[in-house]
Design a protein around this ligand. Structure first.
Ligand code: PLP
Length: 426
Protein backbone atom coordinates (compact mmCIF):
# COMPACT_ATOMS: atom_id res chain seq x y z
CA UNK A 1 0.00 0.00 0.00
CA UNK A 2 1.45 3.31 -1.09
CA UNK A 3 0.35 5.21 2.02
CA UNK A 4 2.35 3.02 4.37
CA UNK A 5 5.36 2.82 2.12
CA UNK A 6 8.38 4.71 3.39
CA UNK A 7 9.76 7.50 1.27
CA UNK A 8 12.97 5.52 0.79
CA UNK A 9 11.09 2.43 -0.42
CA UNK A 10 9.07 4.59 -2.79
CA UNK A 11 12.20 6.34 -4.04
CA UNK A 12 13.77 2.95 -4.77
CA UNK A 13 10.74 1.82 -6.69
CA UNK A 14 10.71 4.97 -8.85
CA UNK A 15 14.34 6.11 -9.15
CA UNK A 16 17.32 3.80 -9.79
CA UNK A 17 18.93 3.18 -6.41
CA UNK A 18 16.53 5.71 -4.92
CA UNK A 19 18.73 8.70 -5.78
CA UNK A 20 19.32 11.07 -8.67
CA UNK A 21 23.09 11.01 -8.21
CA UNK A 22 24.93 7.91 -6.96
CA UNK A 23 26.98 9.78 -4.32
CA UNK A 24 23.79 10.50 -2.37
CA UNK A 25 23.17 6.84 -1.74
CA UNK A 26 24.53 5.37 1.47
CA UNK A 27 25.53 2.24 -0.40
CA UNK A 28 29.16 2.36 0.69
CA UNK A 29 28.49 3.24 4.34
CA UNK A 30 25.33 1.21 4.86
CA UNK A 31 21.94 2.32 6.09
CA UNK A 32 19.48 4.62 4.39
CA UNK A 33 20.00 8.27 3.51
CA UNK A 34 17.81 10.80 5.29
CA UNK A 35 15.37 12.95 3.32
CA UNK A 36 15.91 16.68 3.62
CA UNK A 37 13.10 18.95 4.66
CA UNK A 38 15.11 22.20 4.68
CA UNK A 39 18.52 23.75 5.05
CA UNK A 40 19.39 26.69 7.26
CA UNK A 41 22.88 28.12 7.73
CA UNK A 42 25.25 25.26 8.67
CA UNK A 43 22.34 22.86 9.26
CA UNK A 44 20.19 20.39 7.40
CA UNK A 45 16.85 19.27 8.86
CA UNK A 46 15.39 15.95 7.79
CA UNK A 47 11.76 14.97 7.38
CA UNK A 48 11.84 13.41 10.87
CA UNK A 49 12.80 16.77 12.37
CA UNK A 50 16.41 15.78 13.09
CA UNK A 51 19.15 18.42 12.76
CA UNK A 52 22.56 17.80 11.21
CA UNK A 53 25.63 20.02 11.04
CA UNK A 54 26.27 19.80 7.32
CA UNK A 55 29.78 19.32 5.91
CA UNK A 56 28.56 18.17 2.49
CA UNK A 57 26.95 21.50 1.58
CA UNK A 58 25.35 20.18 -1.59
CA UNK A 59 28.77 18.71 -2.50
CA UNK A 60 30.46 22.08 -2.57
CA UNK A 61 28.33 24.90 -3.97
CA UNK A 62 27.05 26.39 -0.70
CA UNK A 63 30.07 28.36 0.47
CA UNK A 64 27.74 30.77 2.32
CA UNK A 65 25.75 27.94 3.93
CA UNK A 66 22.10 27.02 3.37
CA UNK A 67 19.46 29.60 2.49
CA UNK A 68 21.82 32.51 3.03
CA UNK A 69 19.76 35.74 2.76
CA UNK A 70 22.39 37.12 0.36
CA UNK A 71 21.47 34.39 -2.14
CA UNK A 72 17.77 34.09 -1.26
CA UNK A 73 17.19 37.83 -1.79
CA UNK A 74 18.86 37.76 -5.20
CA UNK A 75 16.73 34.77 -6.19
CA UNK A 76 13.52 36.34 -4.89
CA UNK A 77 14.25 39.46 -6.90
CA UNK A 78 14.89 37.50 -10.08
CA UNK A 79 11.81 35.30 -9.53
CA UNK A 80 9.58 38.34 -9.92
CA UNK A 81 10.91 38.67 -13.44
CA UNK A 82 10.69 35.12 -14.74
CA UNK A 83 12.82 31.99 -14.87
CA UNK A 84 14.37 31.81 -18.32
CA UNK A 85 14.38 33.86 -21.51
CA UNK A 86 16.62 32.23 -24.09
CA UNK A 87 17.97 35.72 -24.79
CA UNK A 88 20.90 37.62 -23.26
CA UNK A 89 20.71 39.16 -19.78
CA UNK A 90 22.86 41.62 -17.83
CA UNK A 91 23.23 39.01 -15.04
CA UNK A 92 25.16 36.58 -17.24
CA UNK A 93 27.50 39.35 -18.40
CA UNK A 94 28.03 40.30 -14.75
CA UNK A 95 28.86 36.68 -13.83
CA UNK A 96 31.30 36.42 -16.74
CA UNK A 97 32.90 39.69 -15.68
CA UNK A 98 33.29 38.48 -12.09
CA UNK A 99 34.81 35.16 -13.16
CA UNK A 100 37.27 36.91 -15.46
CA UNK A 101 38.21 39.37 -12.72
CA UNK A 102 38.60 36.75 -9.99
CA UNK A 103 40.17 33.76 -11.79
CA UNK A 104 43.67 34.75 -12.95
CA UNK A 105 43.96 32.80 -16.24
CA UNK A 106 40.41 33.29 -17.51
CA UNK A 107 40.05 35.96 -20.18
CA UNK A 108 36.77 34.75 -21.66
CA UNK A 109 34.17 32.34 -20.37
CA UNK A 110 31.17 30.33 -21.58
CA UNK A 111 28.42 29.43 -19.08
CA UNK A 112 26.88 25.94 -19.16
CA UNK A 113 24.60 23.97 -16.83
CA UNK A 114 26.91 21.59 -14.97
CA UNK A 115 30.52 20.71 -14.32
CA UNK A 116 30.10 17.72 -16.62
CA UNK A 117 29.14 19.98 -19.50
CA UNK A 118 32.05 22.29 -18.72
CA UNK A 119 34.70 19.55 -18.89
CA UNK A 120 33.29 17.82 -21.97
CA UNK A 121 33.15 21.14 -23.80
CA UNK A 122 36.66 22.10 -22.71
CA UNK A 123 37.91 18.74 -24.00
CA UNK A 124 36.20 19.26 -27.35
CA UNK A 125 37.88 22.65 -27.62
CA UNK A 126 41.27 21.18 -26.67
CA UNK A 127 40.90 18.48 -29.33
CA UNK A 128 39.82 21.02 -31.93
CA UNK A 129 42.69 23.45 -31.43
CA UNK A 130 45.42 20.80 -31.16
CA UNK A 131 44.06 18.41 -33.78
CA UNK A 132 44.81 15.54 -31.36
CA UNK A 133 42.41 13.02 -29.82
CA UNK A 134 44.25 11.87 -26.70
CA UNK A 135 43.75 13.04 -23.16
CA UNK A 136 45.72 12.55 -19.97
CA UNK A 137 43.99 12.45 -16.60
CA UNK A 138 44.95 11.19 -13.15
CA UNK A 139 43.44 8.29 -11.27
CA UNK A 140 40.92 9.32 -8.64
CA UNK A 141 40.25 12.66 -10.33
CA UNK A 142 36.62 13.18 -11.29
CA UNK A 143 35.78 15.38 -14.24
CA UNK A 144 32.07 14.71 -14.56
CA UNK A 145 30.43 11.76 -16.27
CA UNK A 146 31.15 12.33 -19.97
CA UNK A 147 32.52 9.18 -21.63
CA UNK A 148 36.22 10.10 -22.03
CA UNK A 149 36.53 10.98 -18.32
CA UNK A 150 34.92 7.82 -16.94
CA UNK A 151 38.24 6.04 -16.78
CA UNK A 152 39.72 5.49 -13.30
CA UNK A 153 37.40 8.24 -12.11
CA UNK A 154 37.00 9.37 -8.51
CA UNK A 155 33.91 10.40 -6.54
CA UNK A 156 30.92 8.04 -6.86
CA UNK A 157 32.74 5.80 -9.33
CA UNK A 158 35.48 5.18 -6.77
CA UNK A 159 33.00 4.94 -3.90
CA UNK A 160 31.03 2.20 -5.61
CA UNK A 161 34.27 0.49 -6.62
CA UNK A 162 33.18 0.42 -10.24
CA UNK A 163 35.67 -0.40 -12.94
CA UNK A 164 35.23 1.76 -16.01
CA UNK A 165 31.54 2.17 -16.78
CA UNK A 166 29.79 -0.14 -19.24
CA UNK A 167 28.57 1.91 -22.19
CA UNK A 168 31.85 3.76 -22.57
CA UNK A 169 33.16 2.28 -25.80
CA UNK A 170 36.68 0.84 -25.97
CA UNK A 171 37.56 3.31 -28.70
CA UNK A 172 36.67 6.28 -26.49
CA UNK A 173 38.35 4.87 -23.38
CA UNK A 174 41.49 4.15 -25.40
CA UNK A 175 41.92 7.90 -26.00
CA UNK A 176 42.27 8.47 -22.26
CA UNK A 177 45.64 7.86 -20.57
CA UNK A 178 45.61 7.63 -16.80
CA UNK A 179 48.54 8.17 -14.44
CA UNK A 180 48.85 8.49 -10.65
CA UNK A 181 48.42 12.04 -9.31
CA UNK A 182 51.68 13.68 -8.20
CA UNK A 183 53.83 11.42 -10.41
CA UNK A 184 55.59 13.90 -12.66
CA UNK A 185 58.16 11.39 -13.90
CA UNK A 186 55.38 9.23 -15.31
CA UNK A 187 53.90 12.27 -17.05
CA UNK A 188 57.25 13.19 -18.60
CA UNK A 189 57.72 9.61 -19.77
CA UNK A 190 54.27 9.49 -21.36
CA UNK A 191 54.89 12.74 -23.22
CA UNK A 192 58.27 11.48 -24.46
CA UNK A 193 56.50 8.40 -25.70
CA UNK A 194 53.35 9.78 -27.34
CA UNK A 195 53.16 13.50 -26.55
CA UNK A 196 52.10 14.28 -30.11
CA UNK A 197 48.81 12.45 -29.51
CA UNK A 198 47.84 14.24 -26.30
CA UNK A 199 45.46 17.18 -26.75
CA UNK A 200 45.28 18.09 -23.10
CA UNK A 201 46.05 17.25 -19.51
CA UNK A 202 43.02 17.49 -17.25
CA UNK A 203 43.71 17.76 -13.55
CA UNK A 204 41.99 18.65 -10.31
CA UNK A 205 44.85 20.88 -9.07
CA UNK A 206 43.83 19.94 -5.53
CA UNK A 207 42.07 16.59 -5.73
CA UNK A 208 38.71 16.61 -3.98
CA UNK A 209 37.14 13.49 -5.46
CA UNK A 210 39.42 10.84 -3.95
CA UNK A 211 39.44 12.31 -0.47
CA UNK A 212 41.61 15.43 -0.27
CA UNK A 213 44.97 15.19 -2.03
CA UNK A 214 47.31 18.16 -2.22
CA UNK A 215 49.75 18.57 -5.10
CA UNK A 216 53.38 18.00 -4.05
CA UNK A 217 55.84 20.84 -4.69
CA UNK A 218 56.61 21.11 -8.37
CA UNK A 219 53.83 18.84 -9.66
CA UNK A 220 51.58 21.54 -11.10
CA UNK A 221 54.60 23.54 -12.29
CA UNK A 222 55.83 20.39 -14.01
CA UNK A 223 52.50 19.83 -15.74
CA UNK A 224 52.62 23.42 -16.98
CA UNK A 225 56.12 22.97 -18.37
CA UNK A 226 55.59 19.57 -20.02
CA UNK A 227 52.31 20.54 -21.71
CA UNK A 228 53.86 23.74 -23.02
CA UNK A 229 56.87 21.85 -24.37
CA UNK A 230 54.66 19.36 -26.23
CA UNK A 231 51.93 21.68 -27.51
CA UNK A 232 49.20 20.21 -25.31
CA UNK A 233 46.74 22.27 -23.30
CA UNK A 234 46.74 22.30 -19.51
CA UNK A 235 43.18 22.25 -18.18
CA UNK A 236 42.56 22.91 -14.49
CA UNK A 237 39.27 21.38 -13.46
CA UNK A 238 38.36 23.86 -10.75
CA UNK A 239 34.69 22.87 -10.56
CA UNK A 240 35.32 22.10 -6.88
CA UNK A 241 38.42 24.19 -6.04
CA UNK A 242 37.22 27.35 -7.79
CA UNK A 243 36.33 30.04 -5.22
CA UNK A 244 37.05 27.43 -2.52
CA UNK A 245 40.81 26.99 -2.06
CA UNK A 246 41.36 30.72 -2.70
CA UNK A 247 39.37 33.53 -4.25
CA UNK A 248 40.93 32.77 -7.63
CA UNK A 249 40.98 29.00 -7.10
CA UNK A 250 43.98 26.68 -7.09
CA UNK A 251 45.62 28.59 -9.95
CA UNK A 252 45.88 31.61 -7.66
CA UNK A 253 46.93 29.55 -4.63
CA UNK A 254 49.75 27.82 -6.53
CA UNK A 255 50.53 30.56 -9.05
CA UNK A 256 50.01 28.48 -12.21
CA UNK A 257 48.28 29.64 -15.38
CA UNK A 258 46.40 26.84 -17.11
CA UNK A 259 45.22 27.31 -20.69
CA UNK A 260 41.64 26.43 -19.84
CA UNK A 261 39.70 26.25 -16.58
CA UNK A 262 36.43 24.54 -15.78
CA UNK A 263 34.15 25.84 -13.04
CA UNK A 264 30.83 24.93 -11.43
CA UNK A 265 29.49 24.42 -7.90
CA UNK A 266 30.19 27.75 -6.08
CA UNK A 267 29.49 29.88 -9.20
CA UNK A 268 25.85 28.75 -9.15
CA UNK A 269 25.02 29.34 -5.49
CA UNK A 270 23.20 25.99 -5.35
CA UNK A 271 21.54 26.22 -8.75
CA UNK A 272 22.70 24.20 -11.76
CA UNK A 273 25.67 25.95 -13.39
CA UNK A 274 29.04 25.23 -14.93
CA UNK A 275 31.52 27.26 -16.93
CA UNK A 276 34.66 26.87 -18.94
CA UNK A 277 37.03 29.65 -19.82
CA UNK A 278 40.62 30.60 -20.42
CA UNK A 279 42.86 32.14 -23.05
CA UNK A 280 41.00 34.47 -25.37
CA UNK A 281 42.53 32.97 -28.54
CA UNK A 282 41.22 29.54 -27.49
CA UNK A 283 37.78 30.66 -26.33
CA UNK A 284 37.25 32.60 -29.54
CA UNK A 285 37.19 29.23 -31.31
CA UNK A 286 33.80 28.54 -29.69
CA UNK A 287 30.65 28.99 -31.79
CA UNK A 288 29.34 31.41 -32.85
CA UNK A 289 32.67 33.29 -32.67
CA UNK A 290 34.45 30.23 -34.07
CA UNK A 291 33.70 26.74 -35.41
CA UNK A 292 33.71 24.58 -32.23
CA UNK A 293 30.08 23.85 -31.41
CA UNK A 294 28.51 23.90 -27.97
CA UNK A 295 25.08 25.15 -26.88
CA UNK A 296 22.41 25.05 -24.14
CA UNK A 297 18.72 26.00 -23.88
CA UNK A 298 19.12 27.04 -20.25
CA UNK A 299 22.77 28.12 -20.31
CA UNK A 300 23.31 31.40 -18.42
CA UNK A 301 19.94 30.87 -16.76
CA UNK A 302 18.88 34.05 -14.92
CA UNK A 303 18.07 32.31 -11.61
CA UNK A 304 21.39 30.48 -11.62
CA UNK A 305 23.39 33.55 -12.58
CA UNK A 306 21.69 35.75 -9.98
CA UNK A 307 22.45 33.21 -7.22
CA UNK A 308 26.01 32.82 -8.50
CA UNK A 309 26.54 36.55 -8.72
CA UNK A 310 25.25 36.98 -5.17
CA UNK A 311 27.76 34.44 -3.82
CA UNK A 312 30.72 35.74 -5.81
CA UNK A 313 29.86 39.36 -4.95
CA UNK A 314 29.90 38.39 -1.27
CA UNK A 315 33.23 36.56 -1.64
CA UNK A 316 34.78 39.51 -3.45
CA UNK A 317 33.54 42.08 -0.95
CA UNK A 318 34.23 40.15 2.27
CA UNK A 319 37.14 37.93 1.24
CA UNK A 320 36.42 35.29 3.94
CA UNK A 321 39.11 32.87 2.77
CA UNK A 322 41.42 33.17 5.79
CA UNK A 323 38.56 32.42 8.18
CA UNK A 324 37.34 29.55 5.99
CA UNK A 325 40.81 28.08 5.88
CA UNK A 326 41.17 28.39 9.65
CA UNK A 327 37.87 26.54 10.20
CA UNK A 328 38.69 23.77 7.74
CA UNK A 329 42.08 23.33 9.36
CA UNK A 330 40.60 23.33 12.88
CA UNK A 331 38.19 20.62 11.80
CA UNK A 332 40.68 18.39 9.97
CA UNK A 333 43.29 18.72 12.71
CA UNK A 334 40.76 18.20 15.51
CA UNK A 335 39.14 15.20 13.87
CA UNK A 336 42.46 13.61 13.09
CA UNK A 337 43.62 14.18 16.69
CA UNK A 338 40.43 12.61 18.08
CA UNK A 339 40.98 9.51 15.96
CA UNK A 340 44.71 9.23 16.61
CA UNK A 341 44.28 9.65 20.38
CA UNK A 342 41.90 6.69 20.30
CA UNK A 343 44.53 4.63 18.50
CA UNK A 344 42.87 4.86 15.09
CA UNK A 345 45.36 5.58 12.29
CA UNK A 346 44.35 8.80 10.52
CA UNK A 347 45.78 11.71 8.59
CA UNK A 348 44.09 15.06 8.03
CA UNK A 349 44.61 17.93 5.63
CA UNK A 350 42.87 21.01 4.34
CA UNK A 351 43.10 23.56 1.54
CA UNK A 352 41.00 26.69 1.82
CA UNK A 353 37.47 25.63 2.71
CA UNK A 354 38.03 21.97 1.71
CA UNK A 355 39.21 19.42 4.25
CA UNK A 356 39.76 15.71 4.45
CA UNK A 357 40.52 13.00 6.95
CA UNK A 358 41.80 9.67 5.70
CA UNK A 359 41.75 6.50 7.84
CA UNK A 360 45.41 5.84 7.18
CA UNK A 361 48.45 7.11 9.04
CA UNK A 362 50.70 8.22 6.19
CA UNK A 363 49.75 11.37 4.27
CA UNK A 364 47.87 10.69 1.04
CA UNK A 365 49.60 11.68 -2.20
CA UNK A 366 47.56 9.72 -4.71
CA UNK A 367 44.36 7.76 -5.13
CA UNK A 368 46.47 4.62 -4.85
CA UNK A 369 47.41 5.78 -1.30
CA UNK A 370 43.80 6.66 -0.45
CA UNK A 371 42.70 3.15 -1.32
CA UNK A 372 44.81 1.94 1.59
CA UNK A 373 42.34 3.53 4.02
CA UNK A 374 40.39 1.49 6.56
CA UNK A 375 37.02 1.61 4.82
CA UNK A 376 35.20 -0.59 7.34
CA UNK A 377 36.18 1.71 10.15
CA UNK A 378 35.12 4.75 8.14
CA UNK A 379 31.67 3.22 7.72
CA UNK A 380 31.23 2.85 11.48
CA UNK A 381 32.57 6.35 12.02
CA UNK A 382 30.20 7.84 9.44
CA UNK A 383 27.22 6.17 11.10
CA UNK A 384 28.29 7.21 14.61
CA UNK A 385 28.73 10.85 13.49
CA UNK A 386 25.35 10.87 11.76
CA UNK A 387 23.69 9.56 14.92
CA UNK A 388 25.27 12.51 16.75
CA UNK A 389 23.96 15.07 14.26
CA UNK A 390 27.05 15.46 12.07
CA UNK A 391 26.60 14.87 8.34
CA UNK A 392 29.78 13.83 6.56
CA UNK A 393 29.88 12.69 2.92
CA UNK A 394 28.86 9.01 2.84
CA UNK A 395 32.14 7.87 1.31
CA UNK A 396 35.80 7.62 2.33
CA UNK A 397 36.70 9.10 -1.08
CA UNK A 398 35.02 12.47 -0.70
CA UNK A 399 36.14 15.70 0.96
CA UNK A 400 34.36 17.83 3.51
CA UNK A 401 33.52 21.50 3.07
CA UNK A 402 32.99 24.42 5.41
CA UNK A 403 30.99 27.57 4.75
CA UNK A 404 31.16 31.12 6.09
CA UNK A 405 28.50 30.19 8.68
CA UNK A 406 30.50 27.28 10.12
CA UNK A 407 31.75 29.24 13.12
CA UNK A 408 34.36 28.11 15.64
CA UNK A 409 31.49 27.17 17.99
CA UNK A 410 29.91 24.93 15.36
CA UNK A 411 33.27 23.30 14.65
CA UNK A 412 33.91 22.73 18.35
CA UNK A 413 30.44 21.23 18.77
CA UNK A 414 31.29 18.95 15.85
CA UNK A 415 34.59 17.88 17.40
CA UNK A 416 32.80 17.11 20.67
CA UNK A 417 30.42 14.82 18.76
CA UNK A 418 33.36 13.30 16.88
CA UNK A 419 35.23 12.44 20.12
CA UNK A 420 32.09 10.75 21.36
CA UNK A 421 31.63 8.91 18.05
CA UNK A 422 35.24 7.72 18.10
CA UNK A 423 34.66 5.94 21.44
CA UNK A 424 32.03 3.82 19.72
CA UNK A 425 34.09 3.14 16.60
CA UNK A 426 37.05 1.57 18.40
C1 PLP B 1 31.54 18.00 -9.23
C2 PLP B 1 32.65 17.96 -10.17
C3 PLP B 1 32.46 17.82 -11.55
C4 PLP B 1 31.10 17.55 -12.15
O1 PLP B 1 30.21 18.60 -11.96
P1 PLP B 1 28.63 18.29 -12.11
O2 PLP B 1 28.01 19.64 -11.94
O3 PLP B 1 28.30 17.33 -11.02
O4 PLP B 1 28.42 17.72 -13.46
C5 PLP B 1 33.54 17.91 -12.39
N1 PLP B 1 34.78 18.10 -11.90
C6 PLP B 1 35.01 18.23 -10.59
C7 PLP B 1 36.41 18.46 -10.11
C8 PLP B 1 33.96 18.14 -9.67
O5 PLP B 1 34.21 18.22 -8.36
Amino acid sequence: MEGSETLWAKANRLIPGGVNSPVRSFQSVGGEPFFVERGEGPYLFDTEGRRYIDYVLSWGPLILGHANPVVMDALADQLQRGTSYGAPTAEEVELAERIVRMVPSVEMVRLVNSGTEATMSALRLAKAVTGRDGLLKFSGCYHGHADPFLVAAGSGVATLGLPNSPGVSEAVAAQTRVLPFNDLDAVAELFEDCGDQISSVFVEPVVGNAGLILPVDGFLEGLRAVTEAHGALLVFDEVMTGFRVAEGGAQERYGIRPDLTTLGKVIGGGLPVGAFGGRRDLMEQMAPAGPVYQAGTLSGNPLATSAGNAQLRYLEEHCPFEELEAMADRLATGMCAALTEAGIPASGSSAGSMWGVCFREEPVRSFEDAQGADVERFKRFHRACLERGVFLAPSPFEVGFVSTVHTADIVDETLEAVRDAVREVG
